[in-house]
Design a protein around this ligand. Structure first.
Ligand SMILES: CC(C)(COP(=O)(O)OP(=O)(O)OC[C@H]1O[C@@H](n2cnc3c(N)ncnc32)[C@H](O)[C@@H]1OP(=O)(O)O)[C@@H](O)C(=O)NCCC(=O)NCCS
Length: 176
């Protein structure tokens, strides 16, 4: 299995992949919108023999205000593995490769809304987000600090970029 950056040419296959993994059109549209807005900061595909796409992960810049400053934060979304290839380590390999690349690029933290059991394997936890006003709350809303103390013990606000369609001032939605 190869993991490499996604290209514009992969987009139709990525949309099909997300549609089939999630069973909705939202995530495929999100990938297209983030790519169109030049917000796909890290976008990796897992494939075999060059063209069969097994999985995809995307990280986009997230506005995380910390006091008067902003953190270099990424939203991890979406992640999908083709249904026939799930539970074979593809998703884990994509998360690990994405986080390695995020560290290499110097990002401070990654934030995800997802399965708590799954993301805990990679060190994500809800605790670093405790001091932050955000559109979500609860165990499924998690962060991983790539730079020590980027979020923990600090206060601030998290605002998703426009393609997510999440109003900045809505009451938080319980998640997980
Ligand atoms: C969730 C997903 C990305 C995981 O990728 P994957 O390649 O299947 O997972 P991996 O093989 O790397 O990891 C498997 C382990 O992760 C855990 N896991 C996998 N899917 C899980 C889920 N939905 N909830 C909780 N744990 C999960 C299990 O512990 C599993 O181990 P097991 O086989 O011993 O039970 C994939 O199943 C998928 O695309 N699902 C549909 C879309 C989705 O939910 N995306 C994530 C949104 S946050």
């Amino acid at each position: 299995m190869d993991i490499k950056p996604a290209t514009e040419a992969d987009l139709p296959a990525l949309i099909r992949l997300h549609d089939s993994a999630f069973g909705t059109v939202f995530e495929g549209r999100l990938v297209a919108d983030l790519m169109a807005a030049d917000l796909a900061a890290i976008s990796l595909v897992a494939s075999v023999e060059g063209d069969v796409i097994l999985g995809h992960i995307l990280f986009s810049p997230l506005l995380v205000e910390v006091g008067c400053d902003t953190a270099l934060a990424l939203a991890l979304a979406p992640l999908a593995v083709a249904p026939a290839h799930q539970r074979q380590g593809v998703g884990s390999a994509l998360v690990a490769a994405g986080l390695d690349e995020a560290r290499r690029q110097g990002w401070d933290c990654a934030v995800v809304l997802g399965h708590p059991e799954y993301y805990r394997h990679f060190g994500f936890a809800p605790e670093p987000l405790q001091g932050f006003q955000a559109p979500f709350e609860g165990p499924a809303f998690m962060a991983l600090e790539l730079r020590q103390s980027a979020l923990s013990g600090r206060k601030g606000r998290i605002i998703y970029p426009e393609p997510f369609g999440i109003p900045a001032h809505a009451d938080p939605v319980p998640a997980g």
